[in-house]
Every structure is written in C-alpha cells, then in structure tokens.
Design a protein around this ligand. Sequence first.
Ligand SMILES: Nc1ncnc2c1ncn2[C@@H]1O[C@H](COP(=O)(O)OP(=O)(O)OP(=O)(O)O)[C@@H](O)[C@H]1O
Length: 608
Amino acid sequence: MNTDPDQSSGAAPVGTSPWAVMRPVRGQISFAMLLSALSTFFALSALGLLAWLVHGLVEDTDASPWTALLGAIGCTAVAYVLRVQAFLQSHSAAFRLEQVLRTRLSQHMARISLGEAQHLGAGALAKVMQDDVKELHVFVADSTPLYARAYVAPVLTLVALLWLDWRLALGALAVLVFGFMAMNLAMRNRGELSRRYHLAREQVGAAVIEFVQAMPVVRTFDSGHATFGRYQHALVEYLDIVTRWYREAGLSARLGLAVLNPLPTLVVLLWCGVLLVWQDTLSFSTWLAVLLVGTGMAEAMMPLMSLMHLVDKAKLSIGRIEQIEGLPVLPLPEQGRDPLAGDTSVTFEAVEFRYEGSESAALSGLDFRVEPGTVTALVGPSGAGKTTVARLIPRFWDVSSGRILVGGVDVREMRPEILMHQVAFVFQDTFLFASSIADNIRLGMPEVDMDAVVAAARAAQAHDFIMALPQGYDTQVGERGLFLSGGQRQRITIARAILQDRPILVLDEATAFADPENEAALVRALSHLMRGKTVILVAHRLSTIRDADQILVLDRGRLVERGRHHELLEHDGRYARLWRSYTQAQQWALGAHAVEEQAPTASEETPA
Ligand SMILES: Nc1ncnc2c1ncn2[C@@H]1O[C@H](COP(=O)(O)OP(=O)(O)OP(=O)(O)O)[C@@H](O)[C@H]1O
C-alpha cells in the first residue's frame, strides 16, 4: 500500500487472478515460494536463537553461549542459501513464462483477422507483447518469493511473541491493526482514482507519441502550438489527478505508513515492557527477547505493501493479455479437407460486408467474376469500397454474407497457406523488415539464390537504384536502416511479388509518385509483374486501366457499371463522367496556362 500513485497502480480490478496466467510455470513458482518460506523460517529461527541466548545469559551468566550462537549462525547461512535458491527458481520461472506467453500470443495473433490486427494497431499489439509480458516477468521473478515471506514472517513472529509474552504480543498486533486501518481509510477511493490516474497517464503517452510522430507536419504547419497544447493539456490533467490522489490519501496514508514500520512497534514494546518489568510481571530477559523478535513483525509487513503494487500492475497487464487472447480467430477449415483451387479465377457471389460498428454496409450485393489470366480494374470515387474488395480476398475480414471463391473454392474453406500460395498482394502500405534488401525481396523464401533475387529486382526496375546504394543488396533497410523513397519501397515489394510468382495478383495501385521518372519505372515494373496473371487492380489513376479486360465501377459499395474502357465511354454513364473529370484534371495539372484556358466546370466527382 503506497501513497505514490505510480507505485500503488491498482486500477479497477480486472477480475483475473494472476495465478491463472501462471499455470504453465505454477510448479516452479510453488517450489520457489516453499524455499522462500523455509528461508524465512530459518532467518526467524536465528533471531529466536539469539533471543534465547540473551535470555540465557541474563538468567545465568555462566551458561555457555556457543550452542545458541553457532545455531544462529547456521540458521542465517541456511536462510541465505534458501533465499538465493528461491530467487533463482522464481527468475527461471519468469523467463519460461515470458517465452510461453510470447509464443502463445504470437500464435494467436497469427490467427486473428488481419483487419482486427490493423484495427487494434501495431503499437497496442507490440505493447502487450513487449511491455505487459515483461511486467508479468517482473511479477513472477520478484513477487513470488516476497509473497511467501510476507505471509510466513508475521505469522511466525506472532507465534514466537505469543509464546514469550501474550500481553506484549497483543500490543504489537494492535499497532499493526491500527496501521492497516489507517491505510485502508486512505485507499477507500483507490479503484476510481487509480482508473483516472492510468487514463491520464495514457493520454500523456499518446500526446507525446503524436507530438513526436507528427513532427514534420507540426514543424511545417502549426509550428507546434496545437500539438504541444494537447501535450500540455494532458500533463495538466495528469498533475491534477496526482495532486488529488495525494490530497485524498493524505493524512491517513502517511499515518499508516508511519505506523507500519518497525519503530512504533519497538516503542510500544519498550513502554509496555518497562511497565510490566516494573510491575514485576515480566522478567528482564524475556523482555529483551521480545524486543529482539518483535520488531521483525512490522518489518515483515513491508514486502506486503510492495506486493500489492506488483499485483495491481500485473493484473492490468494480464487484463490486456487476456483481451488479445480473447479476440476471435478466423475460423479455419476442418482438418483433412484441403480443397485446392481449380483454376485462377476469382468470383464474388452476392457479397455483403459491413465493418464492425459501422451503420451502413461497405459492400452490398457484389457479384462479379474475374476470368483466369485477365485484368480487372476496380474504379470509383473515394470511399466506394475498392480497397475493401481487395482486402476481403486475403481474409482481412470475412464477408458478412455471400461468398468469395478463388479457383472455385470458398476462401473460408482454404487453409491460409494454400490461399497465400495462390494469391500475391501488393498493397500501398509497403513494409520493409529491418534486414537487408536481398532478404526483403526473398521474404518467406529463404532458399532462393541471389541470381533469382537480382532477376526479380531487374524486372521490378529496382536493380539500378539498389546497386547505387552503399552496400548494394546487403544494404540494411527498415527500422533504423537506410531510408528509401516511397517509389523505391514499392519497387522492392513488386520484386518480392515477382519472385513469389503466384498466379493471382491483387494490386492496390499507388496514389502518389515522387516524380515522373519514378512513375515510369513503377508502371514498367507493374506491367512485368502482371504479365500472364489474373489481376485485380484497385486503380486510383484511370490512365492505367484503359487496357483492362474488365472495369468494375463501384459506388457506395455497389457495382454500378461494368465493361471495357471504350464500352463504358460509349455508355456515357458513371465511368464516362469519372473519365471526363480525370482527363480534365490531368489537363488542369499541366500548367497554369491550361488552367486559364480550360478551367473545368465543378466536377461532380473526382476520380479515386
Ligand atoms: N477499417 C475500417 N473500419 C470501418 N470502416 C471502414 C474501414 N475501412 C474502410 N471503411 C469504410 O468503408 C468504406 C469503403 O472504404 P474503402 O477504403 O474500401 O474505399 P476506397 O474506394 O478504397 O476509397 P479510396 O479510393 O479513398 O481508398 C468507406 O466508407 C470507409 O469509410
């Protein structure tokens, strides 16, 4: 029980016993606790022997002190060895638990839908995998031996005191009871305060991250005032709750802490002892023995206080770990049923899809078929559902109703590895692993040799810029690695997809290009990648889809038109309007001259 909110971080209880999570290492933890309890017993026995020694010397000055003295030294040595062993066991259990939890969490995360993982955010998932598992490590390593000590020591001390003199034992007990009552008074609002304290702390953390991550925008657009203001506001809130905590915990907390330390117990034992010795109802030697043993009782309570802090923190972490473990996993097909795709077609049959928590459907009544070896482009205004279509194929989410078939097989009935073997995905948000460029290209295929990597990079128009880098294909990229431009990163991802050489390709075309040279390189890379494949292309620039075998025009999640470029232009419907807006915008972008001469009339929609 601590008055420091950072220490007594007991948020609203999550209703989880820390012991349940520790099941995999419970045996070793119990062993560590047993060793710790035995160590406490021997430490207190040493004190008891010293008390007996003092008692004996006072009663009979000729008595030999050696037996008790050697016994006390022996007990201290055994207590020390047992204590070290207890900590060794608890630390080993903590490392094992850390490994078990990380493996379990990563296996579970691999099975939740990608959409769910994206929704939670990489930061939150990493925090659970990293910080919360670490928190449990600390709990198991440090608290389990403390637990045994905190419970065994006061009980044994009380028994010893009762045996020596019950009146002084009750005096010492009264001090502790008083101290605990004061602390409980201080902690009566602990749940609510602690919940607000943690919220305030998280807001400070979020504001700091926002401030740091948004630095380029902050520096260029608002010179830091708005973002820094949010950070400052979060800090003020935090200060407010901490001040309230100290004020409310105030006197009773300080009183409790003052009482629950060895000095007041010693004072009570001294005064009561003097009185009893003076009244001749207590021998001087017993009094000395009581003093020696008695102060240990309050001292033994101290671990209990740090324990409550550790338990509270562990409970919060367990709550977050359980939240991840409780996320539903994507249902897998029954064992033994592994239907293989018959061809490389992709079919959407009456597909409906609604994002969780969203009022309207993102896709409704979607029916289309992509024939093997053809290119289908998805177009439509922003928010029409193009990206959603692309992401339903690799099961970022499962459809709300209807079916998606790859080669005639429902994607929900295909094992993920079989589905991934059929389909390659090139999405806009390219991610490079903290590794060499070569390893990033041959991701998931470590057996591929360098010649194949270079060939894929050449086809993806990436070879020349890679060779211009300081260490060529061995250059480290990703986090803390060399910085690559958006276009360069995309060409590496395209090289990866070329190497994978899967028959179906789902492509979310890049919206922005750094420069025309980069754009030309990307277009060449993509056309190489698409050769001979079944392609579903989310097109953001209409110029790339003129030659598509099929164009699907989406609007508010519905398929409103389909056909080839020239057919749709002749039809003079939605696509034709999109196309006109697009070509106007292109001309407009050619220069101010063009703007003046052919300023477009306000277009009803802009191309995606
Ligand atoms: N993760 C999500 N959770 C909830 N709603 C979403 C999510 N992603 C997209 N939406 C909503 O679903 C609808 C379709 O979005 P989608 O990203 O598929 O459109 P899009 O046609 O690809 O748009 P753009 O061209 O701007 O990328 C939009 O109304 C969007 O707000």
